[in-house]
Design a binder for this molecule. Structure first.
Ligand code: C2E
Ligand code: MG
Ligand code: MG
Length: 550
């Protein structure tokens, strides 16, 4: 490591500068040693011969001293010359290694991003001359962070090297291989533009090879890769565009379910622009209070009684109207705005709901990205204190996918929340890994059956069997179950046949803004008298407005 640091801190230009300083010194010391040797040859022979023959003159003792000094000068000069030569060699070696490091990733020996850009650009020029095209593949591992967290960085490093080998084994001999950083690799090679199927075959082979287990130490580690492919023709004006397009396609591969290769197409770029617009809008919209909590009723199916609401975010966009969470939550997660967004939604909901009937609970969704924040539980508890909302009326909904990525932190967050009396539900159960290990490792208070099974319970035998199995699992673990996506009376009837559970869905009502929610609660007599007066006042206002416009 120390060596790596020294090498890394000696840039090629620094090494060249040192070399240009030491080289004249080496020449001078070499010249001094050479002059001393010549002097020795000139005077040494005469003096030594006189001493041996016993014909030493008066001047010879002086010459003998000069000779001794001369020998000392030769030895000193020579030693100095050797040292300087060694120094030059060391600097040259360091410069060579620095040059190598400037181009190569030290872990895998692959090119780094900068070197890929320059060598890829040359490859594009060569390809153009031969009427060929360059395919750029960006390859990203799908669960590397999880593997790293679970098995440690050493295993992660070995895995990256092995993945690198498998990538190279699937590529043509002349291909460039690069590691762009973390678990992201890239590869570039030429192909015949009329035969993109050849690229497909290589990319598919690569995805398949990476999906086989890796034997590291005595463990078998499974991963997969998402691959984005872009080609250097089709209006691609250089290596940067080519890499960016392959990168965009790689994200599309992830969105389409990972473990696959996807070609870039123009619509992806438009999607990216749209995503950037959403990000920009959120940056302004969150502080401006445009993200509002909507409330979806949760009903006890046995009694038909309202027992609470799921809080669902809606973006009340000044120009575009209401935007649904699937269109902005993933962007908020990607660009690090989800914590602010979530806090803003929760704060409004807590303030609004604290005076409702105390039997009514609120269920709030937490995204996978938030579960990476070790302070999440403390932030929620602080918010409850600030808004004076009782913790026992709050339920946090977490999806299985979120747990898969961050089991360790999730465990400590969940136990902190539960210590404060907050309940925790496992959301969208059945769509993720549906693992008993998760149910046992984490002390959930409820399972929510994903709506995809519930909506099709009467049309699809498999869905019906899954809903039945989850309901039985819940009752054997002593966990209450909520079915989401109850769209009609028939679905409700089928669920009631399976036993006691809670439910939500359009049959009971779509998520409502605060005004409508308050009116519903006023009808059910579940508001404080102050809130009831406010609702009556609003209703009068509406009536007046109607009269004016009518
Ligand atoms: P989810 O937590 O599973 O929420 C249930 C979704 O099902 C909601 O979609 C709801 O409107 C929809 N839904 C309810 N009943 C029915 C029905 O009968 N039929 C059909 N087809 N759909 C129904 P929505 O509001 O679009 O939310 C989608 C997802 O966005 C939520 O899924 C949740 O994961 C996420 N989400 C919503 N609000 C937030 C939030 O504030 N923070 C975070 N992190 N995620 C949120
Ligand atoms: Mg939910
Ligand atoms: Mg759900």
């Amino acid at each position: 490591m120390a060596e790596r640091e020294t090498i890394a801190s000696t840039s090629p230009s620094q090494a060249a500068a040192t070399r240009s300083k030491t080289r004249p010194r080496a020449l001078i010391s070499g010249a001094v040693a050479m002059a001393a040797i010549l002097m020795f040859a000139a005077i040494g022979g005469e003096v030594i011969a006189n001493i041996i023959a016993g014909t030493a003159s008066e001047r010879d003792p002086v010459l003998a001293v000069a000779l001794i000094l001369n020998i000392a000068l030769i030895l000193l000069g020579w030693r100095h010359h050797n040292e300087v030569t060694k120094q030059i060699q060391a600097h040259m070696d360091a410069a060579k290694r620095a040059r190598l490091l400037a181009h190569k990733d030290p872990l895998t020996g692959f090119l780094n991003r900068r070197a890929l850009a320059s060598e890829g650009s040359e490859m594009m020029q060569r390809a153009q001359k031969r009427d060929r095209v360059v395919a750029m593949l960006v390859i990203d591992l799908d669960s590397f962070k999880y593997i790293n967290d679970l098995n440690g960085h050493h295993v992660g490093d070995v895995l990256l090297r092995e993945v690198g080998k498998r990538i190279m084994s699937a590529l043509p001999g002349s291909a460039l291989g690069a590691r762009l950083g973390g678990d992201e690799f890239a590869a570039a090679f030429q192909f015949d533009p009329t035969n993109p199927a050849a690229v497909d075959a290589i990319a598919d082979e690569l995805v398949e090879r990476i999906s086989y287990p890796f034997e590291i130490g005595n463990q078998s580690i499974q991963t997969s890769a998402s691959v984005g492919i872009a080609r250097s023709d089709h209006d691609c004006n250089g290596i940067d565009t080519l890499l960016r397009r392959a990168d965009i396609a790689m994200y599309a591969a992830k969105h389409q379910g990972k473990n696959r290769a996807v070609w870039f197409d123009g619509s992806m770029e438009r999607m990216l622009e749209e995503r950037n617009r959403i990000e920009e809008g959120l940056r302004k919209g969150i502080p401006a209070g445009q993200i509002q909590p909507y409330y979806e009723q949760q009903i006890d199916l046995l009694t038909g009684k309202l027992h609470g609401f799921e809080v669902l975010a809606r973006w009340e966009h000044p120009e575009k109207g209401i935007i649904l969470p699937d269109d902005f939550i993933p962007v908020a997660e990607e660009c690090g705005l989800i914590a602010d967004l979530s806090e803003c939604v929760m704060r409004q909901a807590f303030i609004e709901a604290r005076d409702w009937d105390q039997q009514l609970s609120l269920s709030v969704n937490i995204s996978p990205a938030q579960l990476k924040d070790p302070w999440l539980a403390q932030k929620i508890i602080k918010l409850l204190t600030e808004t004076n909302f009782p913790p026992n009326r709050l339920e946090i909904e977490i999806t299985e996918t979120a747990l898969f990525d961050n089991l360790g932190i999730a465990q400590s967050i969940i136990s902190s929340l539960k210590n404060q009396g907050i309940r925790v539900a496992l959301d969208d159960f059945g769509t993720g890994y549906s693992s008993l290990a998760h149910l046992r490792a984490l002390p959930f208070d409820r399972i929510k059956i994903d709506r995809s099974f519930v909506t099709s319970i009467n049309d699809d035998n498999e869905s019906a069997a899954i809903v039945d199995a989850i309901t039985r699992l819940g009752s054997s673990l002593g966990l209450p179950v909520t079915a989401e996506g109850i769209e009609n009376e028939q679905i409700e009837a089928s669920l009631k046949n399976l036993g006691s559970m809670a439910g939500q869905g359009w049959y009971f009502g779509k998520p409502m803004a605060i005004g409508q929610t308050r009116r519903l609660l006023a009808d059910k007599d579940m508001l404080t008298s102050r809130q009831k007066d406010e609702v009556a006042e609003e209703a009068l206002d509406d009536l007046r407005k109607l009269r004016r416009t009518g």
